[in-house]
Design a protein around this ligand. Sequence first.
Ligand SMILES: C[S@@+](CC[C@H](N)C(=O)[O-])C[C@H]1O[C@@H](n2cnc3c(N)ncnc32)[C@H](O)[C@@H]1O
Length: 344
Amino acid sequence: MAKNTALHKAMKAKQDEFYTDLNDISNELFHYRDYFRGKTILCNCDDPFESNFFQYFALWFNVYGLKKLIATSYVQSPVAQLELPLFEEAKPEKERTPYCAIMTEFKDFNGDGAEDLADVEWALKNNGIVHKLKGDGDFRSPECIEFLKEADIVVTNPPFSLFREYVAQLIEYDKKFIIIGNKNAVTYKEIFPLIMQNKMWFGVGFNGGNAYFKVPTDDPSRYANGVYNPEEERVKFRNVTWYTNLQHHRRNEKMTLWRRYYDDPSMYPKYDNYDAIEVSKTSDIPCDYYEAMGVPITFLDKYNPEQFHILGLDRYIPDNPKPGRRFTINGKEIYARILIRRKK
Ligand SMILES: C[S@@+](CC[C@H](N)C(=O)[O-])C[C@H]1O[C@@H](n2cnc3c(N)ncnc32)[C@H](O)[C@@H]1O
């Protein structure tokens, strides 16, 4: 039993080890650049030697005019202290220490005439910005919560398995955030109300919907065909996205609707268990229909609260007289649907 628990824990920990690509970070964060001036940024699931989030904000420290950058690492991270050559050899797991890096300035630390990644490395090694944590670096630990209180904006890719707890803590401490999560997290009963109440929404999104993550040495059989690229030691996921509560330009864009419901209502069958029509592709939302419609979760990539009301999710609709986990058509279950209505 104890063995199984340990194995389960290890498997769970492994599922959380996906390291975000610097290009993806840069593509998304650029859209929020006006928010960063004079702010304290916290990356609280981020080994500073490993995390591209820390490296990104360190490199852009002066351009964005940051006040402070804090990153904390977690004791169980299997790649902590392996990426940059701070240590001669990787330390065994038991000897790894969780720590934080706190940066209040960035410059040409190594005096080579350029401000670049070599200066981030130099600062981590020589500048006294790295400190041991007392605890294990869990984002819920008291010392990490003190960092959270101090932060203005939290930016990271948190462990997928703790997404609910992670978001709940951000909301509890009323923080601004830009984080990565699985799109299906929208269907969690703790997450959907936040989307519905416009307390959290999708970010601008990964280029072409493809998100790249470096994984520690890996077993390709864990992934569907084409997901893991052994040469690059990274995976490509299409089901993850950015979640934020900072406004961005995409959220103000109205979707162009060109289909007409009344030209061919048979294209939009009604559900058996709710009075709404099925719209199986977001791009097929009709321009002449103002009643309830069920749309896929990817609708949130295009959602503008000026254009649509979100009424609920198939499984949490307060006034549904025939509640079920899913909508059905002719007895057949339809994949997760968000219920929306056009604003006039
Ligand atoms: C999906 S990885 C992302 C790492 C890094 N943020 C990035 O994007 O490259 C999640 C990280 O959270 C760490 N982690 C797992 N559980 C944690 C916890 N309870 N508190 C803080 N960090 C945790 C993992 O070790 C892992 O490094």
